[in-house]
Design a binder for this molecule. Structure first.
Ligand SMILES: *Cc1c(COP(=O)(O)O)cnc(C)c1O
Length: 433
């Protein structure tokens, strides 16, 4: 039953471009009408028709403890009743900054923003100011938010200048970004060899998860940090998605703690469901930011007390037990999905990096954007709709990670299992096997 969502979506399209505030929500990749959500609690999300689903999106990351965790809600309520925004320094942002540098002690300073986009674009500005160089190096398929410098696709050759990946991005801006295939350390080294004196920063997702999940080659992030150091460039590790989800110190903490990116970006989890992100880095770099230094950056709502309180409570509840639960829940969902797809003869591949995973509808290895694109997105669309009909809320695109929370119960897992029994054969329909 979707009539109410259809009516609301028709209304929304009249006053909002495409009917949504962020593109993936519109179901463009899978077809059909997005469900309007009324409420969510734990691992359960409920649409406006009162139908409930087991949620494997988690608000795209923030609902790591499940939706509306009572302690997080109480923290928000307290902060809201003290006024949700002062536009002045407050204790919650200070305590959240201290919590972050306690978890990641290689870094000294935190600048809060309201979105991951702002955190990464500030990293780029800071890197350019610190190095007096222009080029940003990124990897194809890695998402860093929607700042112009990152909405760039690879040019004709691997080492050539980038081209705009969105209307409205100037060629001259895109030409200051170089896009390399993910994982190709040899090409990064070659680029430093030819254009090293112009490279301000190398930016990568700590684990690429916005083209589906790609497992970083062993030592890749660390090797990028070393190359940057050697050539005087800034290494930016984007942990907006992985930060404090994959482990207590993010992906950085899972790769040995004896290496240091220059800057790390966080978002999603650190706001506990409210708009909050952060740029974190070494003091020498971060103190170039205004008002300490000459690089301008600001935000009316930055570090606002309600979002900071929600994020702080979320991080305080993310202890070793919580990470063990997340890991177990992710492993359970990944293996039951893979078993069901195998039983139905659906070619697929699960990529998992700790508790971060996604399912690709192909049997070829997926290690970069090109191989990710080889999957059968129409099989995914059939699977997605059958899962939705069966009461499971998946990301509405084959190129997204699946997000578990600590709130997923055995009952939720068995609902997923039941839904898979119909959805896996639906995915197989029409497939050439
Ligand atoms: C979500 C995301 C961003 C952008 O964050 P927003 O808060 O949506 O602007 C940046 N980088 C990565 C790796 C992300 O997953």
């Amino acid at each position: 039953m979707t009539e109410l969502s259809e009516a609301l979506f028709a209304r929304a399209r009249k006053v909002m471009p495409g009917g949504v505030s962020s593109p993936v929500r519109a179901f463009g990749a899978v077809g059909g009408t997005p469900r309007f959500v009324a409420r969510a609690s734990g691992a359960r999300i409920e649409d406006v028709n009162g139908r409930s689903y087991v949620d494997l999106v988690g608000g795209w990351g923030p609902a790591i403890l499940g939706h509306a965790h009572p302690a997080v809600v109480a923290a928000i309520q307290q902060a809201a009743s003290d006024s949700p925004s002062f536009g002045a320094p407050s204790v919650p942002e200070l305590e959240l900054a201290e919590e972050i540098v306690t978890r990641v002690p290689i870094l000294d300073r935190v600048r809060f923003t309201s979105s991951g986009t702002e955190a990464v674009l500030t990293a780029a500005r800071l890197a350019r100011a610190a190095t007096d160089r222009s080029l940003i190096v990124k990897f194809a398929g890695c998402y860093h938010g929607h700042a112009d410098a990152f909405l760039v696709a690879a040019g004709s050759g691997a080492l050539t200048l980038g081209i705009p990946d969105s209307a409205g991005v100037l060629g001259v801006v895109a030409a200051n970004t170089v896009v390399l295939p993910y994982g190709r350390l040899d090409l990064v080294a070659e680029l430093f060899g030819t254009r090293g004196a112009a490279i301000a920063a190398v930016v990568t997702e700590a684990v690429p998860a916005n083209m589906g999940v790609i497992i970083p080659p062993d030592g890749f992030n660390r090797a990028l940090a070393t190359l940057c150091r050697t050539h005087g460039a800034v290494f930016v590790l984007d942990e907006v998605l992985t930060g404090f989800r994959v482990g207590p110190a993010g992906r950085w903490g899972l790769e040995g703690r004896d290496w240091a990116p220059d800057l790390i970006t966080y978002g999603k989890v650190i706001g506990g469901g409210l708009p909050l992100a952060a740029l974190v880095g070494r003091a020498e770099l971060m103190d170039l930011l205004a008002p300490a230094g000459p690089v301008y950056q600001a935000g009316t709502l930055s570090g606002n007390p309600a979002a900071s309180a929600a994020g702080l409570m979320t991080l305080r509840l993310l202890d070793d037990d919580a990470y063990a639960t997340l890991d177990a829940n992710a492993a359970a969902v990944a293996s039951m999905t893979s078993d069901a797809l195998s039983a139905a003869g659906v070619p697929h591949r699960v990529n998992a990096a700790g508790n971060l995973f996604s399912v690709f509808f192909t049997d070829a290895p997926v290690c970069d954007l090109e191989s990710a694109r080889s999957q059968d997105t129409t099989a995914f669309a059939r699977f997605f709709h059958a899962m939705l009909d069966g009461g499971v809320w998946l990301p509405p695109s084959a190129f997204e990670a699946w997000f578990v929370s600590t709130a997923l119960t055995d009952e939720g897992l068995s609902r997923i299992d039941v839904a898979l029994r119909r959805a896996a054969p639906a995915a197989a329909q029409g497939a050439v096997t």
